[in-house]
Design a protein around this ligand. Structure first.
Ligand code: SF4
Length: 311
């Protein structure tokens, strides 16, 4: 395939995600250590009151975006027992299928990838595997069709990923902090490129469906911090690619961006710890998300907000 075979959106993706050598920023020696020191200085007093023998507190991007949204909704979701549903499984199946596309030989057909992904998840992951094994034929058909839509959208929007771009799907990130009492963790949908010395070169990419949201940018900024802690040098750029619209929201990683994200992580962990002790202190922040909130039926604040919105 030559560049002439790429669609305009594929060419735009190559332009937004790629960079020539001179466009890659070099970060000062010790950037990773400075980010870790700042984060631990902010987090140490927050985790200090936790019992010494407590299991580590695990925090991911969903915890942080939830706690920075409505705290009442966060607590309500925490109280719900976890159970797989078709919409939840859809994303996992689609991501697995996209991961398989990277090493797939021969013609890449979205539904073939989805079928292989379902088969592997059925056999592999315990709770999701059980859900898939027990799902009705209709639920499986819905799941396969919706995952197929996402995979097809990815394959249409992205150019074939070249080996020299060093693509990695579902790249896991993790940082143990404050004497292992706190673990920050996440998984980036796609990474491209690599750092060379202190010169940033990696791009972190998340795929989303639906419309843009500020929380999507914050998710990637959180990953930028984790990557900086892991490598000692930050990623070069962050990009959210919206599969439904072809929109690409990208920003360069700077020291100011990392500072802001460190503060957001520390503020979020502080609220997580505080609410675990005093759930009645939860701050309600009504918004459009009230429509899908599990607590809406008993939440006068959310109901009033939606009544205003609909008036
Ligand atoms: S209904 Fe709205 S305000 Fe009430 S808990 Fe849910 S998200 Fe928060």
């Amino acid at each position: 395939m030559t560049d002439d075979d790429l669609s305009p959106t594929q060419r735009r993706l190559v332009e937004v995600l790629g960079a020539r050598g001179t466009e890659r920023p070099a970060f000062p020696e010790g950037t990773g250590e400075a980010v870790r020191a700042d984060l631990e200085a902010r987090l140490a007093p927050i985790v200090a009151p936790l019992p010494e023998d407590a299991v580590p507190l695990w925090v991911n991007k969903h915890d942080l975006s939830s706690i920075h949204g409505c705290e009442g909704r966060y607590l309500a979701e925490q109280a719900e027992p976890f159970a797989w549903t078709v919409p939840m499984a859809r994303g996992t199946v689609a991501h697995k299928a996209i991961e398989l596309s990277l090493g797939w030989r021969g013609e890449v057909l979205p539904m073939a990838l989805v079928d292989e992904a379902v088969a592997r998840l059925e056999a592999g992951e315990r709770s999701l595997g059980e859900f898939l094994q027990r799902a009705s034929e209709a639920d499986l058909a819905e799941l396969r069709a919706e995952a197929n839509e996402r995979v097809a959208a990815f394959l249409e929007l992205f150019p074939p990923l070249k080996r020299e771009w060093r693509p990695v799907m579902e790249a896991r990130l993790r940082a143990e902090l404050c004497d292992d009492r706190l673990v920050l963790n996440g998984k980036v949908d796609l990474t491209l490129g690599r750092a060379v010395g202190l010169t940033a070169g990696k791009v972190l990419v998340d795929f989303k469906t639906g419309g843009p949201a500020l929380a999507h940018r914050d998710d990637l900024r959180f990953y930028a911090v984790l990557e900086t802690l892991r490598l000692g040098v930050p990623p070069r750029r962050l990009a959210t690619v919206y599969l439904d619209s072809g929109r690409i929201d990208a920003e360069d990683v700077t020291e100011g961006l990392l500072d802001a994200s460190v503060r957001r992580v520390a503020d979020g962990v502080a609220r997580l710890v505080s609410l675990a002790r005093a759930p009645d202190d939860a701050v309600l922040r009504p918004g459009s998300a009230c429509r899908w909130c599990v607590r809406l039926e008993s939440c006068a604040t959310g109901q009033a907000h939606l009544a205003d919105e609909d008036a």
